[in-house]
Design a protein around this ligand. Sequence first.
Ligand code: ADP
Ligand code: ZN
Length: 640
Amino acid sequence: MGLAATGSEAPEGTLAERALEVLGRVFGYDAFRGLQAGVVEQVAAGGDALVLMPTGAGKSLCYQVPALLREGVGVVVSPLIALMQDQVDALRELGVRAAFLNSTLDARQAREVERQVAAGELDLLYVAPERLVTERCLALLERARIALFAIDEAHCVSQWGHDFRPEYLQLAILHERFPRVPRIALTATADAQTREEIVERLALRDARRFVSSFDRPNIRYRIVEKTEPRRQLLEFVEGAHAGEAGIVYCASRAKVEETAEWLAAHGVPALPYHAGMDAATRAANQARFLREDGLVMVATIAFGMGIDKPDVRFVAHLDMPRSVEGYYQETGRAGRDGLPAEAWMAYGLADVVQQRRFIEQSEGDEAHKRVSTAKLDAMLGLAETIECRRVRLLAYFGEASTACGNCDNCLEPPEPWDATEAARKLLSCIWRIRESTGFGFGSQHVIAVLRGQDGPKIRQYGHEKLSTFGIGADLGEAEWRAVLRQLIAQGLVVVDHARHQVLALAPESRALLRGERSLRMRRPRPAARAARRGRGAKGKATSGTGAAGLERERGSAAGGDTSLDPAAEALFERLRAWRRTVASERQLPPYVIFHDATLREIALARPGSLDALAAVSGVGQRKLEAWGQAIIDLIAAPGS
Ligand code: ADP
Ligand code: ZN
């Protein structure tokens, strides 16, 4: 018998009461968050569920608690083999009987786990999907008692997404072979299309749907104009996140390596991660990121799914993601612990041009290109908006909200600018150049003509005689590039990638030239001002979005002021040092021992007894037994 009250010990109280009891005793939490309680009741009572919650909302408890409440083993399907060991270790630290089955086990180890399954000795079993659908595994499960099936990262069934896993398509078999076992599918990918694919492919038509608010109020969004990306990144990290853990996303493997080296050379401890590295180095880097404090992981999007490190304080993008879903998933890896965190992106003309090119040159058919273009347009809209970023983001996921007070546009409202006249000048200039020369030119030349910058290339083609020469001398280079970026983003100007990135007008530009359409955008900040930064996420309290009609997920931690007084700060640091020692002795990531948020609360409350310590969120029965006294002693020791 595990920790959980199961069928043979006559259960007491209602399902809801028993769920709360398990939550407190095993996990050390005193209340469910948001929709968790409803999901737990649905699944514990034997029903199916489809759970859509953003990263960090607490999806794991949605199946872990019901697995402990129901008789038998909860089987968790996850594509994240590399993380199963950590997940299982973390559960064992809580006193939960957990194990995994995947290709990292040798035959003898696998047989031992199979024996435990058959003997009913496990509360939770993590299985790789390709393993689960083998006849051997299905037959094993048929002999065992199954509490539930949890299908984690359920969006992996979607052929549109970049996380597609063909093995996931076979998971419908669970429904056929185990019609009476409840199933719960979970994902942080929220768009309607993915949702329908999950329902369809996993045969979850009758599952109850739980769609939570997708807001992550503790994450501050910032999108800056790209001028000198690496330097901007360094300023961002040093200014607001020195010594903190973070993830930097880059589009290419080469850029990942260069950026990691560059950061390291400038004193920021950084490691690379991409799919082109050998598996051992990749695994070692991932393990270091999880286990050491304050490392920066520079990675392609190959990194991150399932990384449940709670104290990632920032996610930075040096290249724009292809879709809002991707952006949201990646930025969502920040601040899972609910403490303030920052999502930062540097974005510029090259991003727009590059992404448009990816789509044009992709192998996909027309339908695929249309979908990709629509997704990119939404992402560009987010990058260009002068309104609250969060309102935009949530609207994309179908949620209404009001200005958040915790994004760059809310904190430092950009200056709106009617750029219609400037856009017309730029369009006419592109047109005149083509007309007079017979072929197009790239952005630099066009902007030089507009600004009347005489030079050999201008003379060579006689462009100093054009009527548009110098008509844009009133604006700077940065402003012209911003206008051009807008025009390309909106599809009014096209870039010919086959021929030296030359610019041409799209037919849609006529409406603007004829004055039937206007262009409003943010006035670009001169490059010098872009450097003025600092005071990032560590600033004061964040306010919520008041996502209309939708439940606010995060508790007080999201909004609270997180600065500690000097005495508490000193104790917090000592607790962290203690945690580092314990974690490295046991070869576990520190957050598996206790989260930062828990250590903070301890540092503030200074509990003097085990009972008082037990009241701190995140201190469950097993951890109290294992470390309670050590912590009480540490608090009482001289110097604390
Ligand atoms: P997700 O899988 O949705 O990204 P996790 O299950 O990893 O999120 O949970 C995110 C964090 O929130 C974890 O550190 C977890 O311990 C914590 N958490 C989840 N539910 C609760 C709760 N009811 N009370 C306090 N902390 C919680
Ligand atoms: Zn905002």
